[in-house]
Design a protein around this ligand. Structure first.
Ligand SMILES: Nc1ncnc2c1ncn2[C@@H]1O[C@H](COP(=O)(O)OP(=O)(O)O)[C@@H](O)[C@H]1O
Ligand SMILES: Nc1ccn([C@@H]2O[C@H](COP(=O)(O)O)[C@@H](O)[C@H]2O)c(=O)n1
Length: 213
């Protein structure tokens, strides 16, 4: 069995990583490609030891908020064709859920999340590193809509979190990590030309053998 190709998709919160990933999956699915999507957010640390009110004050835009070592273990297990116990996460209660999902490898593994390109120790796992580059004001507007509609937040809480952690941590960690990307994609999740380019790369077996040496 051939080693899976792992692609990391990073960028600011609200930049369009998830939408880009969905569109990439649609495109690859049209070619009957089996894909596994992992989200870095599922590796946020559990916070069961902190009250729900206090959890709202955690800095979720710092690399230390994640269990990246667990993610590294999981990528290693998937590459070794072993199943993983994939954690699940709840943005409303700010902690892990009790349920785990047993997940097996696929020929293409996509992982998306804000801090992936800040984690140099993960780079050996990534065959392709993509950064979705969208203007911060556009990201904020999208996040405001999404977090109030889907993540149980108020306009006030999104605005406060943006000023206290999301914006400063973006400039400290995420924006500089763009330098580690192999591909920088403007215009977010609906950049269909970029979806075509990345899917063509992933579908071409010759590219596959090239990136695996
Ligand atoms: N190019 C785009 N045009 C319009 N809406 C978009 C675009 N890209 C993303 N969105 C929307 O913005 C919100 C945030 O995008 P999402 O893909 O969840 O961002 P991320 O995963 O980077 O946080 C979602 O509701 C998504 O549908
Ligand atoms: N309990 C949490 C956990 C994370 N966040 C925010 O999610 C953002 C990352 O997810 P995206 O899908 O937007 O990339 C990150 O910026 C955290 O601030 C949160 O608000 N609450």
């Amino acid at each position: 069995m051939q080693k899976p190709i792992i692609i990391a998709i990073s960028g600011a919160s609200g930049s369009g990583k998830s939408l880009f990933t969905q569109n990439l999956c649609l495109k690859l699915g049209q070619n009957n490609q089996e894909i596994l999507v992992l989200q870095e957010d599922h590796y946020y640390k559990a916070q069961d030891h902190i009250s729900v009110e206090k959890r709202a004050d955690t800095n979720y835009d710092h690399p230390d908020a994640f269990e990246h070592d667990l993610l590294a273990d999981h990528l290693s297990q998937l590459l070794g064709n072993k199943p993983i116990q994939y954690p699940s996460y709840c943005y409303k209660t700010h902690t892990r859920l009790k349920e785990f999902e047993t997940i097996k490898q696929a020929p293409i593994i996509i992982i998306e999340g804000i801090m992936l390109l800040t984690q140099v120790h993960l780079f050996d796992y990534f065959d392709l590193k993509v950064f979705v580059d969208t203007a911060p004001d556009v990201c904020l507007m999208r996040r405001m809509l999404r977090d109030t509609q889907e993540r149980g937040r108020t306009i006030e809480s999104v605005a406060k979190q943006y000023e206290t952690t999301v914006k400063p941590m973006y400039h400290k960690f995420i924006e500089p990590s763009k330098n580690f990307a192999d591909l920088i994609i403007p215009h977010g999740g609906e950049n269909h030309l970029a979806v075509d380019v990345v899917s063509a790369f992933l579908l071409n077996p010759q590219n596959g053998s090239l990136i695996h040496g």
